[in-house]
Design a protein around this ligand. Structure first.
Ligand SMILES: [Zn+2]
Length: 191
């Protein structure tokens, strides 16, 4: 592993949008929205482990070069969150729109750093390893990716393909989990 940071700090934000992030110096930010939209603790653990994965693989150092698109990524992610939330709400259109608006703002705060698709895959893989070794139910945690995938199928979140969500990400997760279970939590050689 290309470890940049071994000590992580966690910050819980009051923001009710569905977002989380990894920032320099081991900072991991989790919005209240993650907890509200998650179906169980395992799903929240997946989000946190994913951000730890970004830190552990030292993605922050390279991600900082991509700051310019951070706000855009934030808007896309939160647009998806709004769509996901709307499944449970009669005011779906309004919620989605306000989530996109909020997303552009939060993107400036949380989404200053964006990662490549390969880095996102790697963060998911590391998240699965972390959860496996922590005895957290990987199948329950997977539900969060399903929620994201459902959101990505919505018309208003068509730009979501720049952020990993959907069948491809779930398939990657399932492959990772199968490998990790077979190796009893081992890490593969880094490419
Ligand atoms: Zn990520």
């Amino acid at each position: 592993m290309n470890v940049g940071v071994c000590e992580w700090k966690f910050r819980a934000m009051k923001d009710r949008s569905l977002n989380a992030g990894a920032a320099p110096n081991g900072l991991i930010i989790v919005n209240r929205g993650i907890v509200e939209y998650a179906a169980n603790e395992e799903e929240v653990a997946l989000v946190i482990a994913h951000e730890i994965g970004h830190q552990a693989a030292n993605h922050i150092a390279t991600g900082q070069r991509n700051q310019a698109v951070g706000a855009l990524v934030g808007a896309i992610l939160l647009g998806a969150a709004g769509a996901a939330a709307s499944y449970r709400s009669p005011n779906s259109t309004q919620i989605t729109r306000s989530a996109v608006d909020a997303g552009a703002n939060v993107g400036g705060a949380i989404g200053r750093i964006s990662f490549s698709k390969e880095q996102e895959r790697e963060a998911d893989y590391l998240a699965a390893v972390i959860l496996y070794r922590s005895n957290i139910d990987l199948d329950k945690a997977r539900g969060f990716l399903v929620t994201m995938a459902r959101a990505s199928g919505r018309k208003e979140t068509g730009m979501l393909d720049t952020h990993p969500a959907g069948p491809e990400r779930i398939a990657g997760w399932d492959r990772a989990v199968a490998e990790i279970r077979a190796s009893n939590g081992g890490l593969p050689q880094r490419a």
